[in-house]
Design a protein around this ligand. Structure first.
Ligand code: NDP
Ligand code: 8X3
Length: 252
């Protein structure tokens, strides 16, 4: 039977690159994100290029009821999900804690922690019913280390790191694999979102060194997902060669 991957945040960056890679490998896909126009376009492209089936489901992961209604509303055949890529996430702002924008804090906490939990709550139950599954959580080097002004974003990714470990223990007896992939700097829309559309400031983040690209992470996620069933990669940190730690980038 054709395998199914559910990828959250598939409208851009790492999630979109994962959609391409899993389609290339013959998976049918459920793609989610808020920007439905992008989802529809990507779905048509992947269907055309790889002859895979693609379902789209547009919702805001911060809205618990939307998550439940949209996912549970999918036809039964789509609930046979083999791989969940919990990718939707973002950073907002880069300010010292004393000046932090509280709305930004709420957005990051609601998206990166609560959104990931809402999706996982639904899909882990499908996986338990199915008797198989693999959850791949997008952490970050920001979930392993803390950097200047990264405070709340780093806290949300530390939470993902903890949830990843917790899920693995809780789902162990159901044979469900749980992995976290923690990238360093990847040039996507991430910095534009962090700096609220300031393209110039976003570009400077990647000045003077070669960052990772979304494809690097998607191929890594595919590697993780394609190990034999008895192998689970618990935790994987992947960095640009020019980045040693979260705050230590060698720029020429
Ligand atoms: P992008 O901004 O390029 O993509 C983010 C994706 O998340 C988009 O598809 C966006 O879709 C989706 N998303 C954001 N908020 C919501 C929401 N409320 N509801 C539904 N979907 C949402 O960033 P990346 O691809 O770089 O980021 C993907 C993941 O990787 C994130 O979890 C990020 O924290 C993590 N990461 C990124 C790194 C980097 O340097 N880029 C490094 C380490 C980790 P839409 O706006 O259409 O809803
Ligand atoms: C994204 C990478 O270093 O900007 O998670 O936090 S970083």
């Amino acid at each position: 039977m054709t395998k199914i991957a559910l990828i959250t945040g598939a409208t851009a960056g790492i999630g979109e690159a994962c959609a391409h890679v899993f389609a290339r490998e013959g998976y049918n896909l459920i793609l989610t994100g808020r920007r439905n126009d992008r989802l529809e376009k990507l779905a048509a492209h992947l269907n055309d290029k790889y002859n895979v089936e693609v379902a789209t489901s547009s919702f805001d992961v911060r809205n618990r009821q939307q998550v439940i209604d949209n996912l549970e509303g999918l036809p039964a055949k789509w609930k046979k999900v083999n791989v969940l890529v919990n990718n939707a996430g973002l950073s907002q702002g880069l300010d010292p804690i004393q000046n932090g924008n509280i709305d930004d804090w709420e957005t990051m906490i609601d998206t990166n922690i609560k959104g990931l939990l809402y999706v996982s709550r639904v899909v882990s139950n499908w996986m338990i019913d199915n008797g198989y599954g693999h959850i791949i959580n997008l952490g970050s080097i920001a979930g392993k280390e803390v950097y200047l002004n990264g405070n709340v974003y780093c806290a949300t990714k530390h939470a993902v790191d903890a949830l990843n470990k917790g899920m693995r223990i809780d789902l162990l007896s159901h044979g469900i694999r749980v992995t976290a992939v923690h990238p360093g700097a990847v040039e996507t829309e991430f910095s534009e979102v962090r700096f609220k559309g300031d393209k110039e400031r976003a570009k400077k983040v990647y000045d003077g060194f070669e960052p990772l690209i979304a494809q690097d992470i998607a191929e890594t996620i595919w590697f993780v997902a394609s190990r034999p069933a008895h192998v689970n990669i618990n935790d994987l940190v992947i960095m640009p060669t020019a980045q040693a730690t979260a705050g230590n980038i060698f720029r020429s």
